[in-house]
Every structure is written in structure tokens, then in C-alpha cells.
Design a protein around this ligand. Structure first.
Ligand code: HEM
Length: 199
């Protein structure tokens, strides 16, 4: 039984996903925040949405497809596209903060900066093919393209680590995924052992 029509549920989801951006932009327009103040929240929101988009897959493999996880999986592509949208907002804020292309080019060679650019670049293709028709066209290739998100995630964490020089925030965002991956690996290995024992 579905509680809401699909289009309504999707509209509500996108409204909720837009709330952090609206608050950031309100702060900027209202003069309460400088562009540089918004680099942290926009980047962090992007990373958090990436984590939320990557979690349901391994959790379903580990615990089986219950109703909650199936619902979560069904909005996964929206979460991934929203992560990309926040990365674009992050870039827009960076451009406003830096003011000139020369200033941006000047620091492009810094590891803390090029890792961000590369992470964003790797997110483009998975986000661009995140709609139903592209999924059908690409078939098995679609999953391969989505795997770019893992590389983007690692680079985003490296970017964070290199800019912040504090391993804790990046590690905290990696932790739920690392636990879900370990759990999946453990469940798969115990399943294989059980099947071998009873074969
Ligand atoms: C387009 C390329 C990017 C550039 C030029 C860029 C640049 C920056 C800069 C200048 C900061 C502020 C560092 C400071 O605190 O002074 C920052 C912070 C951050 N960026 Fe990026 N970034 C890019 C892409 C990304 C992407 C794609 C993500 C995530 C998917 C991301 C996540 C973060 C996070 C989480 C922070 C917070 C670090 C902190 O201040 O604690 N960035 N970025």
C-alpha cells in the first residue's frame, strides 16, 4: 500500500532536500553569512547525501530487503543527484568567494583543491544518467557508471582531510559505510560457509 502518489512523495522529498540550501542562501542574501562561511555546510551536506545514497545497497545485502530499506533504496538516486547539486552549490560559493578565475587557477595545484575538483568531475556522469530512461538504455553499464561515486567519495574525504587537517570529521562520515560494507562481507562469507557445510 502506498500512502502518497509517487509524484507527490517525490515533490515532498525534493522540498526537504532543498531546505539546507535555502537556509544557506538566506544567510548569504541576508548578510548573516559570508560566502566562505558556507563552504563547510555545502560540502558537508554533499558528503552526507553521498553516504545516504550509498548505504541502502550494502544494508539490504546484509539484512535482506525489509520495507524500510526498500523505501530507502527507492529514493537512492534522488539522494545521489542531491549530493551532486550540493557539490555544485559548494563550487558556486567557492567561485563567489575567490572572485577571479586567476585566483582559482593559482591554487588548482594544491592537493586539497584538485581532489575537490576531481571528486566533482567524477560525480558528473553518475548524476547525468540518474533518470529512468538512461538506466534502461545503459543496462548493465549503468551500474558500472554509478561505481564512479565510490571514487568521488574517497576523493571528497581526501579533500576534506587535506583542507581541515583533522581526520575525525572525514572518518565519522566514512564509519557508517565502512560498517555496512563489513557487515555485508561478513554476511556473504557466513552464507557461503553455511551453504558449503550443508551441501
Ligand atoms: C569543485 C571543486 C571543489 C573546490 C574548488 C572545493 C573547495 C573547497 C574549499 C576552498 C573549502 C574550504 C576549506 C576551508 O575550510 O577553508 C572546501 C571545503 C569542503 N569541501 Fe570542497 N571543493 C570542491 C569540491 C567538493 C566536493 C565535490 C565535495 C563533496 C562531495 C566537497 C566537500 C567539502 C567539505 C566536506 C568541506 C569542508 C571542509 C571543512 O572546512 O571542514 N568539496 N572545499
Amino acid at each position: 500500500m502506498t500512502l502518497l502518489p509517487r509524484a507527490t512523495a517525490k515533490a515532498i522529498l525534493w522540498l526537504l532536500l532543498a531546505v539546507p540550501a535555502a537556509l544557506m542562501l538566506r544567510g548569504l542574501v541576508g548578510g548573516e553569512a559570508l560566502p566562505m562561511d558556507l563552504l563547510h555546510p555545502s560540502g558537508e551536506t554533499s558528503v552526507r547525501l553521498m553516504v545516504l545514497a550509498m548505504l541502502p545497497g550494502p544494508l539490504i545485502d546484509a539484512f535482506g530487503p525489509n520495507r524500510f530499506l526498500r523505501g530507502w533504496l527507492s529514493i537512492r538516486r534522488n539522494l545521489g543527484v542531491a549530493a551532486f547539486a550540493y557539490a555544485l552549490l559548494h563550487l558556486a560559493i567557492y567561485v563567489i568567494d575567490m572572485r577571479t578565475i586567476a585566483a582559482m587557477l593559482d591554487e588548482l595545484g594544491l592537493p586539497g583543491i584538485w581532489t575537490g575538483w576531481l571528486a566533482l568531475f567524477l560525480m558528473i556522469l553518475p548524476a547525468a544518467v540518474s533518470f529512468d530512461r538512461a538506466m534502461r538504455w545503459l543496462g548493465r553499464g549503468w551500474k558500472r557508471i554509478q561505481r564512479l561515486v565510490y571514487a568521488a567519495f574517497v576523493l571528497a574525504l581526501a579533500h576534506w582531510l587535506l583542507l581541515d587537517w583533522n581526520w575525525k570529521p572525514a572518518a565519522i562520515h566514512l564509519l557508517p559505510l565502512a560498517m555496512a560494507w563489513l557487515l555485508r562481507a561478513w554476511r556473504v562469507s557466513t552464507k557461503v560457509t553455511r551453504e558449503r557445510t550443508f551441501a
